[in-house]
Design a protein around this ligand. Sequence first.
Ligand SMILES: [Zn+2]
Length: 555
Amino acid sequence: MKTRSMAAAATAAFLLCCLTTVFAQSRPTARRPAAAKTTATKPAPAAEPVATTNTRPAVPKLILVLVVDQFRADYLDRFHTEYGGGLKRLLDESAVFGDAHYNHSPTITAVGHSITLTGAMPSSSGIVGNEWYDRVSGKQVTSVNDASTTQLGGESGKEGASPHRLLVSTVGDELKMSEKWPASKVFGISVKDRAAIMMAGRRADGAFWWDATTGNFVSSTYYFNQLPQWAAEFNKSRAADKFVGQNWGPATGGTPFMMLPSTAGPAYWTGVVGTSYGNDLLVMMAKAAIDGEKLGQRDSTDLLAVSFSSCDTIGHRKGPHSPEIHDVALSTDKVLADLFAYLEKSVGMKNVLVAFTADHGVAPMPEYNQRFKMPGGRAAAKDVRDTVQKALVAKYGPGEWVSGYSGPAPYLNHQLIASKKLALDDVQDTAAAAARQLPYIARVFTREDLRRGMTHADLVGARVQNGFFYLRASDLFIVPNPYWLFEASGTSHGTPWNYDSHVPLMIMGPQIKPGRYYQRVLVNDLAPTLTAIAGVEIPSGASGRVLHEIITANK
Ligand SMILES: [Zn+2]
């Protein structure tokens, strides 16, 4: 046996060596799928990992991570014939995943963004929502607010924000910790603080977000004592005010959706990010960062994460079937073409690894569904909490039984429960039983059930369990029936259902084999894939896998 296996190993090593040589010789230079097809007419090179020698893979000089807030996976297919810019290029030249999902609940912004570059579930990262009730301080907190920091670039003395609640490392942190490229720089930019901060991570050189009070991109003293000069100059230039008084959309012609205020001020600065011009604003700031920091233009691998928020603002108001969403999708295509053209000149796109995804999807408007005999409707989060309060008063007597909330999910008053010498399990079970009676509720899990892992191992149960972090968890975790919303108007996301979890995932650039891939993958796979390509350690809490099927063995 030993001899046979040794002989087999020797043969395998020889074959791998030959295949590596063949592969290196036939390595396609173009990255379009058409080129890949042409080479495929020759004897196929090894389809599986072929990096068996010590050849140094082409490491990107810049990792550009693009997240479009609330961009549903189907926006790629629905509008693909109209794309002619950056999205078209990504569709043509990327590894495009058709079945990429988040596998946690709640599917909301801070959580989604934390996963893109940590690969970690909320159960490890500690990022369980946009906001939650902090049992230690007895206050509602956001994922990023930080009283020990001060905002920079906006109104003076305002509280800042930081990644201090993020418990795991990001791709950027690992680039830095590897010390492979001591000059490596990491930045995050978005309209939203939580998006910029969560993607950039703890060792980031900076994160910037939009302040609608001043019309500036701001940051916090967590990163530096004053804004970098290029950022201060960008704000001073008032480039962000260029859309004052402009009509918005539609790009395809027809009556405009709205006109922006004719003077620069808080009304304009709030309004502009609710139009497709919000995308332009982000690209302007990204270009300023690339130029100001010379990203991708030094002897290092840098990381720039940009999250576009306008799709989310517009989507919440108008829904996924609106002409406004059509417009913002076309705008995304256009501004990405602009950004890629800029990078072609400054960095060379062959040196840029681009990843494109979204932080969650979104549900159709309930009224849209009802028109077509689909299920769904509207409920009020407060009704769920009131139902719980009423049931607890009925059983245990008067008192403020609910201390805080995260959406419909209540945080119970543990002090009151202790003072009445009640068993926490019993009180949670009573609350859960009441909430379950509401006709639009699919499942109610208690914190103790989740702590003990007592969920059904189906889609919903697994996703809720992945979103559970004991110290920050609400006492009840509530899942509505599909297509039910806790909003009085517009639409939203946050559930474990597929319309909220299914997102685009496209990866383009050095070491990537373009093509369509339909296997189920998770957004958690992105971070390990990026660190594998960069040749650095996997982020500490990443639960995904390296998407090895898209990686070539370039020299
Ligand atoms: Zn979002």
